[in-house]
Design a protein around this ligand. Structure first.
Ligand SMILES: Nc1ncnc2c1ncn2[C@@H]1O[C@H](COP(=O)(O)OP(=O)(O)O)[C@@H](O)[C@H]1O
Ligand SMILES: [Mg+2]
Length: 367
């Protein structure tokens, strides 16, 4: 199913939860909605599922207006964070439920349903749980059953709201790979909500980054990582160091910063901010340098350095511990900072910036 969302708005009381979303999802696509808690991801899924209604905007699926359809007429599979299984049914019967309640003409035979359930049990690695009741399962096991139940009906649209949130890391990775395989086998259009970047990027064709009820950026992992469209996305993607800069003829300058790695581009002269990841910041010893190392913490593989410049600005640098320069980078040492990669945004005018800087800056790839 192809989904077209436009101008979608939702308020709860005084809170703008969705502030005018535009999103097109192609048939068969697996899209991840990625954003921090409270950004509106669940509300968007609920509107698509027919469990909430928007205050304004459109939701069209294969050209039909879905805002006129009740939830039960949308033929979707969904798994929400705390989706309840039927407590009085064994796992096996929970998985079969969606198939057994189909109208007689579409209902598969008993043997077909049983085979389908066995296949799902095997997929989910829960064959040993088949005859248990939900109360006899861990939270993670319940979510796997809930996912199996959603998949059992072979939905054309699958909505998953942090379905692996309760599982430990190794099982999450396995299930991610498994879900990707299932998606490719079934071809169902899938929207997967997560606040975990790694999960979103490994799983999805496209990632939609949401923040405070807005879509901040849509793209593939590399583009979002290297070319964040807004300060929000830059911070969310780990560019936690923010330093004041000045733009002069398209080139950024900052106190004690070596920014030649950042390509020149069209920016109006004026002030702005550099967003960089600690691992893209290289302190270079320089007796005239305005940066001074305040602290140095080793985690074995890496050194985390906290530096401050003569204007009081703070930066963090993350460098491999076993490099020749590391010996000189001790508290009290003075340096410049070489910035290997980063995103530049003009000061203020945040809303305008997010749309005008889609191309962001080009970084030299020779690192
Ligand atoms: N039924 C509701 N009533 C009032 N506020 C709500 C309701 N549902 C969600 N919200 C608020 O809407 C915002 C977005 O919530 P949600 O869509 O759950 O975000 P996310 O899934 O990204 O964490 C939050 O501030 C939340 O408190
Ligand atoms: Mg949520």
């Amino acid at each position: 199913m192809a989904i077209s969302i436009s101008g979608l708005q939702k308020r709860f009381g005084q809170t703008d939860v969705l502030r005018g979303l535009e999103l097109e999802i192609s048939k068969g696509e697996l899209v991840a909605l990625l954003g921090p808690s409270g950004s509106g991801k669940t509300t968007l899924l609920k509107i698509i599922a027919g469990l909430e209604w928007p205050d304004a905007g459109r939701l069209d699926v294969d050209g039909a207006n879905w805002l006129q359809l009740a939830a039960q007429d949308r033929r979707i599979g969904f798994v929400f964070q705390n989706y309840a299984l039927f407590p009085h049914m064994r796992v096996r019967d929970n998985l079969a439920f969606g198939l057994t309640v189909r109208p007689r003409a579409e209902r598969p035979g008993k043997a077909v349903i049983a085979a389908k359930v066995d296949e799902l049990l095997h997929f989910l690695q829960i064959t040993h749980l088949a005859d248990r009741y939900p109360a006899q399962l861990s939270g993670g096991q319940r979510q796997r059953v809930a996912l199996g139940r959603a998949l059992a009906i072979e939905p054309k649209l699958l909505l998953l709201d942090e379905p692996f949130g309760a599982l430990d890391a190794a099982i999450r990775r396995d299930l991610r790979r498994w879900l990707r395989g299932v998606h490719e086998a079934t071809g169902s259009t899938t929207i997967f909500v997560t606040h975990d970047q790694e999960e979103a990027f490994e799983l999805a064709d496209r990632v939609v980054v949401m923040g405070e009820g807005r879509i901040e950026q849509i793209g593939h992992a590399d583009a979002i990582h290297d070319h964040p469209a807004s300060p929000f996305v830059a911070r969310f993607m780990g560019a936690t160091v923010e330093l004041p800069v000045t733009f002069v003829a398209g080139r950024a300058e900052g106190l004690g910063l070596d920014l030649v790695q950042l390509a020149r581009r069209a920016l109006p002269d004026g002030t702005g901010t550099l967003f960089a990841r600690p691992e893209d910041i290289r302190p270079v010893p320089d007796s005239a340098g305005p940066w001074r190392i305040e602290s140095r913490i080793s985690n074995g593989a890496h050194l985390r350095l906290v530096l401050r410049n003569t204007n009081g600005a703070e930066a963090e640098a993350d460098i491999p511990r076993r490099t020749p320069q590391a010996d000189a980078l001790v508290p009290g040492a003075v340096t410049r900072l070489r910035i290997d990669a980063g995103a530049l945004f003009p000061a203020e005018r945040r809303a305008a910036v997010a749309t005008s800087l889609q191309t962001s800056l080009k970084l030299e790839s020779s690192r």
